[in-house]
Write a new protein. Structure first.
Length: 102
């Protein structure tokens, strides 16, 4: 595990992801802010890229600040559409209407 990344932090990030409701999305930066690490959006992305090793989490509900889907993960769009998340185009969700607000 890299410096600054430990199991406690991994599960802290994944527990926030687990709370995102069906039909909503959160951003990497939003999740980083919720765990008190506002400047660590990339860290959130890195943790989500290995989430499968820690259980089943709705990582498909996490997008970048502009609503862009994860490049190279074609299933993400299908999973979001199955939850009726509105799409702006083929690569972006309509972040204004579907962002999760706590």
């Amino acid at each position: 595990m890299s410096k600054g990344l430990n199991e406690k932090l991994i599960y802290e990030i994944l527990s926030v992801v687990e709370e995102i409701p069906i039909g909503k999305v959160a951003t990497y930066g939003q999740i980083a802010g919720l765990i008190g690490r506002e400047r660590n959006a990339r860290l959130v992305g890195r943790v989500l890229s290995m989430a499968e090793f820690y259980g089943s989490y709705p990582c498909h509900r996490v997008v970048n600040h502009a609503g862009r889907l994860t490049p190279g993960w074609s299933e993400q769009k299908d999973l979001l559409e199955a939850e009726n998340v509105p799409m702006k185009n083929q690569t972006h969700v309509d972040i204004k209407t579907c962002q999760w607000h706590i």
